[in-house]
Design a protein. Sequence first.
Length: 251
Amino acid sequence: TPNIRPLVAGNWKMNGMGDQLDELRVIINRPNSAIGEKIDALICVPATLVWRAAQSVEGEKLSIGGQDCHAKQSGAHTGDIAASMLKDAGASHVIVGHSERRTDHGETDAIVNAKARAGWEAGLTAIICIGETELQRKAGSTLEIIAMQLAGSVPDNATAGNTIVAYEPVWAIGTGLTPTAEDVREVHASIRVALSDRFGDEGKVMRILYGGSVKPSNAVELLGIENVDGALVGGASLKAPDFLAICEAYH
Ligand code: PEP
């Protein structure tokens, strides 16, 4: 989208021991990359690595994010991570409502909405994920599902600064399958209209990322689609050369 600076965001999911942080060094040390020049870049690491990841990219043009947060900032919630903790550890962003969280942990739109607000409260930008299942796509209800998830998961008062929407068709995540360019264009256009209707000028410049099997070989096509303001990248973000190659779609 004109006048929206693209973002390429990685999601390491439940992958990465300490030595995986070497990949961050490779990313920031690549000469003449688009990162920091034409685009912003972010890696969402497992909670155990947020602190060290943030330390190792300090002062560099690569941001660090978490992959989930609790809706509250502290309290009796054994095993959970608060947004304020991610912020304190050096994160600037947090993914909320990833389809794996919705499936594995029964997260509803209302829960995702509360988590996004918790992220804001802690000073984090929330990356709110939505997307239809294969069944829903086959039933022809994609746009309806997307509209419902947007309405429920994106809190009132969302701005282009505190919120990023990620469209991730569930059937395209980790499968190697991607929607056609026309299907991506259609969904992103519908998201743009919904965001603009609800949030006015902020909605016009809120980033809408595409996620689902983005890799170097399809990045140029997917990232060139109208209203695709960057990517959320899972598998291909684990290896710095692949992540960098995706970023190069903007060069
Ligand atoms: C994701 O987990 O957000 C994702 C898009 O995964 P992948 O790129 O591996 O499909």
